[in-house]
Design a protein around this ligand. Structure first.
Ligand SMILES: [Zn+2]
Length: 364
């Protein structure tokens, strides 16, 4: 298994890496324990664990519902992670068009509805419905397929709660943004999400700890969504020229890698624009420089390791540049041009510094 932070890669399906969070197996242990307490039998424990495994298979399919729909709109998915509280598809970005956002959000729950419908047909045709048995332990329903059916209905309904970070919250935001700006729509949807969280929390206090957990999860999700949109407004319509790095070093394609090493060690710059005369011809980022040193040594040429440069004009939208930087690991630096000539650089660190300064000025 390959680990990335707290998550291990467990496979790759439809071109998307599937990760499992380190805490995920704890869920199995917990479920096994609950079933052991309820039934006291090994069969009970196996039933519980199989049920959870099938349930999470449905969660994975739900996430692929989002990811593959987004792909139809030209939006890639960086990875899908399984957490004990559910799945998470990390889309490269959300669609700007509210109609597309609605479709992407709906296609997750739609997968669960489709699974439930399939089971409904199977159960009805086979006469496999069993009436609820009031004497059986709560978590030990007589019929496995029937439990999976109920769980999928639950997944669809739960995800359609109109609150961030649930899919219903995204639909709500998109619908609201037809009538008001995207930012106000996000803030309103986030506030509704936090109201729902408080309601769940209060009901949970009456004796359902699971609801309290869900309330905390909704609260955090709503807050982070509101925060992300805050960043969006901060960066929106801010001139790139105010935020860009204007003191930097450049490399030439024919220079040796040793020059990049000297500049890296002498300063804090890690990624360098490559200029042929005054023309930007590429970017040499740290990863490529290190790989170049391994393959060619200090005498390798910059031209051998540089990659295509991402450029923008001085009047570009800072938020769009941030999105470009977040999209792929290979874009770490954006060259800012004025009339074709390099005048500045923008990278992630620089944008976060800009945000910190703006925040400090606002609080002043
Ligand atoms: Zn979803």
């Amino acid at each position: 298994m390959r680990w990335t932070g707290w998550s291990a890669k467990i496979g790759r399906f439809a071109g998307i890496d599937l990760y499992m969070h380190a805490t995920f197996p704890l869920l199995f242990i917990w479920v096994g324990f609950i079933y052991w307490m309820q039934t006291g039998t090994v069969e009970g424990v196996l039933f519980g664990m199989t049920f959870i495994a099938v349930l999470f298979l449905c969660v994975i399919l739900h996430e692929y519902g989002h990811a593959l729909t987004a792909r139809r709109y030209g939006i890639g998915t960086r990875y899908i992670t399984l957490l004990p509280i559910g799945g998470l598809a990390a889309l490269e970005r959300m669609p700007k068009d509210p109609r597309q956002e609605i479709v992407v959000a709906l296609m997750g729950p739609a997968v669960n509805v489709a699974i439930a419908f399939g089971l409904l047909v199977v159960l009805t045709l086979s006469g496999g419905w069993s009436p609820p048995d009031m004497d059986a332990p709560m978590l030990m329903p007589a019929n496995f397929l029937q439990s999976v059916f109920v769980a999928n209905i639950f997944l669809a309904v739960f995800n359609m709660i109109p609150a961030f970070p649930m899919d219903g919250g995204r639909v709500l935001r998109a619908v609201l943004s037809f009538r008001m700006g995207r930012l106000r729509a996000t803030q309103l949807a986030a506030r509704i999400g936090q109201t729902v969280a408080i309601f769940f929390g209060l009901v949970g206090l009456l004796g359902n700890p699971l609801l309290i957990l869900i309330a905390v999860f909704i609260w955090i999700g709503a807050a982070s969504e509101a925060g992300a949109s805050e960043v969006e407004t901060q960066l929106h319509r801010k001139p790139v020229a105010r935020a860009m790095i204007t003191e930097f070093h450049t490399l030439a394609p024919w220079e040796p890698l040793s020059r990049a090493v000297d500049l890296t060690l002498a300063g804090t710059q890690k990624d360098f624009p490559v200029l042929d005369g005054r023309r930007v011809v590429g970017v040499a980022n740290q990863t490529a420089i290190l790989r170049g040193l391994r393959d060619h040594g200090l005498h390798g040429r910059i031209s051998e390791i540089m990659s295509a440069a991402t450029t923008a004009e001085t009047d570009a939208d800072l938020f769009e540049l941030l999105e470009a930087l977040q999209q792929g690991e290979d874009v770490r630096l954006i060259c800012i041009l004025r009339r074709g000539e390099l005048v500045g650089l923008i990278d992630m660190e620089n944008i976060s510094e800009f945000l910190r300064i703006e925040a400090a000025l606002r609080d002043h």
